[in-house]
Design a protein around this ligand. Structure first.
Ligand code: ZN
Ligand code: ZN
Length: 179
């Protein structure tokens, strides 16, 4: 196991059962990240809700997360919620991220099979953390950084970074340590 020396704050945007979130936390720890969970759910205001689409707008939620957690001492902040969200030009998104901050929307990842649901959450949390740390989409199909347009795509990929993304991540984190 490699010690990546990066810390991640997981924030709940809605109440979320530990059964759903804990496997993702454990996975990030296995990848070498230090993980902390902020247990007070972030209040996502209804003004960010689009009543015509019956979805939240991912860009505005991400802005909210950036504002509320602007000075926390973590390498990255990932907010997770039982929310359906869209982004400009997309019908829906499983997640939406920018430098240091990521959001994961689990509503559309839901499955009757809890193991499948957990596995999808693990993959999307890892994917958005990759983006928050500076990784882009990867064309290796099994790589967790490959783009998922559907839950079938999510199910097909693994929960791990491919060798190329893993190496890139290590050099990004090394560079961050030098700052
Ligand atoms: Zn992505
Ligand atoms: Zn990759």
């Amino acid at each position: 196991m490699t010690e990546r020396q990066a810390s991640v704050l997981i924030v709940k945007m809605t109440p979320l059962d530990d059964v759903l979130l804990n496997p993702a936390i454990k996975h990030l720890e296995e990848l070498g990240f230090k993980v902390a969970v902020f247990n007070v759910p972030l209040h996502v205001p209804l003004t960010l809700y689009n009543w015509k689409r019956r979805q939240f707008k991912a860009e505005t939620i991400l802005d909210l997360v950036k504002r509320e957690f602007s000075d926390v001492p973590y390498t990255a902040v990932i907010a997770v919620g039982y929310i359906d969200a869209y982004a400009e030009g997309l019908n829906f998104v499983f997640g939406y991220s920018t430098q240091r901050y990521g959001t994961v929307y689990v509503k559309r990842l839901k499955s009757d099979d809890v193991l499948v649901y957990q596995s999808r959450i693990i993959k999307e949390v890892t994917h958005e953390l990759g983006h928050a740390l500076g990784l882009e989409h990867c064309d290796v199909p099994r790589c967790v950084m490959s783009f998922s347009n559907s839950v079938e795509d999510v199910d097909k990929k693994s929960m791990f970074f491919c060798e190329k993304c893993s190496a890139k991540l290590s050099s990004i984190l090394k560079a961050k340590q030098r700052v």
